[in-house]
Structure formats: structure tokens, C-alpha cells
Design a protein around this ligand. Structure first.
Ligand code: SF4
Length: 297
């Protein structure tokens, strides 16, 4: 596979073939993000079709040799920003090369989802696109503005509706601690409201980490941003689990960044999750938390 720079994927795509169809992120301005700071990825671009086609052909040879490739994840950052025709070409070629292919996943943000019409998204679904992973991050527009997310909570809700209308599954990521200590309570409450309005089938809660080299790290070093401590992060997680009116959702906080891994079916497991979080918050014992060296990011 012709992979340029560092390749990221959601935890649930661990078994997927990673096909790079764009390089970098078309936004690349979120203040906390260092995903595409590799010089090879700093300029966003679509990969030329011959390079993508060569990778698909290689995957086809692996499949023909007996490797069952059932899932493919399209990278980088927000590959859904590619024109619909280009994505159709990629999906059609994948299905021709990989007879056992069951699902294709992709990263998309509110802007890239809303640039697609419901008909565009339905065509992509018909060609095998199965799930869109969307970093909504917060329901608090002030937090979204401060971190330069480039989209609002209302746009995230509209994006969720657009995907639902097209019959595409939606996995939403939110970030604990993104409002700092100053907006911690507002961020958590608004994020629970956001998830209620979006009502996706999958949610992943990640923990904000200050990555050297990012604007957020520099702001924190200058005293302008104060990351909540682990107990503050878990209090936010509790607010979200308690308040998000999800109707049928697999809710995870099992990303490497998190202090306490949770895996809940909401709403059924809400009380179990809250009891666990309440116990950890009441004990405030360091050995209840994932050690920092295991949160290696
Ligand atoms: S949209 Fe995602 S990949 Fe792009 S800069 Fe923001 S967090 Fe990073």
C-alpha cells in the first residue's frame, strides 16, 4: 500500500484494510490536532487515481491469494470531502476487486457531510459506503469556536440528519476536557444535548491531550487553557452518560486516551455506567485510572 505520512483510523477499524485516498485534512486548523503535522501531509490533496487504483489492485491480489478482506477504511482526515464521482469510482473499484467486501468506512466532518446531497450520500451507500466517523467534539459553540473546529453544533445535528436520511451509519466522537476547566460544565452539558439531538448509533468519547507543537499546547503553556484533571474528565463523562438521550447507541470510552474505559449499550446500560463512574469519582484513587504511560498517544 502506498501510504504517505502517518495513517490514522478509528479503533473499530482495526481489522480493516486502510486505503489512503486523500493526504492530510482539508481543514487542518483544529487547535488541538496534530494528526497531520507530518510535512508530507501538511498540504491537503486528493491522491491521484493511478496511485489509488494501484493500491486497490494490490488489495485484489491479496484477496485472490486467500486473504479475506471484508472491511476497508478510507483515509486520511476527512476523505468524504472528495467529489462524489471520485468516491463512486473508488467504491466501485473496491467492490470489483474484493468480492468479500462487506463495509467501507470513512472520516467525514459536518462540512464534508453537508456538502453532499441526500442523493449523493444514498448513491455512496448503494456502492457500499457503510459508516461515517465524525468528530463533532463538543455541543458548546463557544468551545467549537475557541478550538477552531470550523463547524457548529447545529451543523453537526444537520449532518446527523443527512446521514440518517441516506441510511448511512454514523459514529460520533466527542472530546472530554476540550473546554478546559473554565467551560468544563458547559461543554459536558451541551455535548449531552448535542448527542441527544444527533442520536447516532455509535459514540466514542476521547480525552483531550495536549500535544506539543499544537496551538492548544502553546495556549496552555502560556496560561490561557487549563486541562481538567482526570476527575474533571470523568465528571464530564458522567454528565454525558447521564444526559445524552440516545435511543439505541453503542457508547465507548475505550480510546487509548481515556482514563476509565467504558463500553455501554445506551440507554440500557446507563445505570451500570453511572454506578461505575460514581464509584471511581467517590474513591478518587489513582489506581482506578489507566496509567499515563498506557495513555501513550
Ligand atoms: S478536522 Fe479532524 S483531522 Fe482535521 S484538523 Fe480537525 S481534528 Fe484534525
Amino acid at each position: 500500500m502506498d501510504h504517505i505520512g502517518r495513517i490514522f483510523r478509528p479503533p473499530s477499524e482495526a481489522q480493516s484494510l486502510l486505503l489512503q485516498v486523500t493526504v492530510g485534512c482539508s481543514h487542518n486548523r483544529c487547535t488541538y490536532c496534530a494528526m497531520y503535522d507530518d510535512p508530507a501531509q501538511s498540504r491537503f490533496r486528493a491522491k491521484p487515481w493511478p496511485a489509488v487504483a494501484a493500491d486497490i489492485a494490490e488489495a485484489g491480489r491479496l484477496a485472490a491469494g486467500g486473504l479475506p478482506i471484508r472491511r476497508v477504511f478510507l483515509t486520511d482526515g476527512d476523505a468524504l470531502i472528495l467529489p462524489t464521482a471520485q468516491l463512486e469510482r473508488i467504491l466501485a473499484a473496491l467492490h470489483e476487486a474484493l468480492p468479500q467486501l462487506r463495509r467501507v468506512g470513512i472520516y467525514g466532518d459536518a462540512r464534508s457531510i453537508l456538502r453532499k446531497s441526500p442523493a449523493d450520500l444514498a448513491r455512496l451507500r448503494d456502492l457500499g459506503l457503510g459508516i461515517v466517523y465524525h468528530g463533532a467534539e463538543s455541543g458548546d459553540d463557544e468551545v467549537l469556536r475557541r478550538v477552531n473546529k470550523g463547524s457548529t453544533a447545529a451543523e453537526a445535528v444537520a449532518a446527523a440528519g443527512r446521514l440518517r436520511e441516506a441510511g448511512l451509519r454514523h459514529s460520533v466522537m466527542v472530546m472530554l476536557g476540550l473546554g478546559g476547566t473554565e467551560r468544563s460544565a458547559a461543554h459536558a452539558a451541551a455535548t449531552a444535548e448535542l448527542l441527544t439531538a444527533m442520536d447516532p448509533p455509535f459514540v466514542g468519547a476521547l480525552t483531550t491531550t495536549l500535544v506539543p507543537g499544537t496551538p492548544l499546547h502553546a495556549t496552555a503553556a502560556a496560561g490561557g487553557f487549563d486541562l481538567p484533571d482526570p476527575w474533571g474528565m470523568l465528571a464530564e463523562l458522567r454528565t454525558i452518560v447521564a444526559g445524552a438521550g440516545l435511543t439505541r447507541c453503542r457508547f465507548h470510552s475505550n480510546h487509548a486516551s481515556n482514563y476509565v474505559p467504558l463500553s455501554l449499550n445506551l440507554p440500557a446500560d446507563r445505570e451500570r455506567g453511572l454506578a461505575l463512574l460514581d464509584a471511581v469519582l467517590a474513591r478518587r484513587r489513582q489506581d482506578d485510572l489507566k496509567p499515563e504511560f498506557l495513555r501513550g498517544l
